[in-house]
Design a protein. Structure first.
Length: 233
């Protein structure tokens, strides 16, 4: 083997050892639940089923919340989303063996109970709207205003079947509405992504959408204080 080849393999070995040496274990966690922050770089870890530990982005413990009701899952660590207190807020979910469903509740870093989402799991925020999802024989969705205060915009969008027909649809779908003055209707997918914005005419009572090229799934329409859903198949 020539000297150049020997030097090449020595350099390669040194580079490999340096690369491996850069990977070092900084911490180890044993926990039943874990969640990252929604609008913060902090994250939460549950050392047991009644405790939440809030860590900052440097993996330093900032706050320990004890004495919580027994839970099995966590989500939505945030600040100034549900309230404007400047305190961390998080959602915990407890499994109900009787109903075989989860119940989701909002707490702050002081262990103070803030809101009960019931069986609707908070899963996505778009603008000032929090989308909470419940799945049972289809999708059931609630939308909450989260501009510092949780206010329910629509109790249950599963009750709007008479306003949309045919539902589900594969080509054309009709949406009825009633407005005073010009308003805009937003059509969103299940993730809250806006598919189309439509300017509604107060002189009419219905719009017709061509959904033949849309992906299959659940869609949400919203205008003013009215919200509903339909399915494309």
């Amino acid at each position: 083997m020539t000297m150049k080849k020997i030097m090449f393999f020595i350099v390669l070995a040194l580079m490999s050892s340096v690369a491996i040496g850069q990977i070092t274990l900084s911490n180890t966690f044993d926990c039943p639940a874990f969640s990252v922050g929604y609008n913060t770089k902090s994250f939460i870890i549950a050392p047991d089923n009644n405790t939440i530990d809030i860590y900052n982005e440097g993996c330093v413990l900032e706050k320990r919340v004890t004495g919580l009701p027994a839970f099995t899952t966590t989500s939505f660590l945030s600040k100034n989303v549900f309230t404007l207190s400047g305190k961390y807020e998080f959602v915990i979910g407890a499994y109900n063996s009787t109903t075989s469903r989860y119940n989701f509740k909002l707490y702050n870093e002081d262990g103070q109970f803030l809101f009960d989402f019931g069986e609707y799991q908070p899963y996505y925020i778009k603008g000032n709207n929090l989308f909470a999802l419940y799945t049972s024989s289809g999708y059931h969705i609630k939308i909450y205003n989260v501009a510092g205060n949780v206010n329910m915009v629509e109790a249950d969008m599963n009750n709007n079947k008479l306003l949309v027909y045919p539902n589900p649809a594969s080509s054309m779908i009709n949406i009825q509405y009633s407005i005073h003055g010009m308003q805009e209707m937003a059509i969103m997918d299940i993730n809250g992504r806006v598919i189309e914005n439509i300017l509604l005419d107060p002189g009419k009572k219905e719009i017709v959408l061509n959904v033949s090229g849309w992906a299959k799934g659940v869609y949400i329409y919203s205008y003013g204080n009215s919200t509903g859903k339909f399915m494309v198949q």
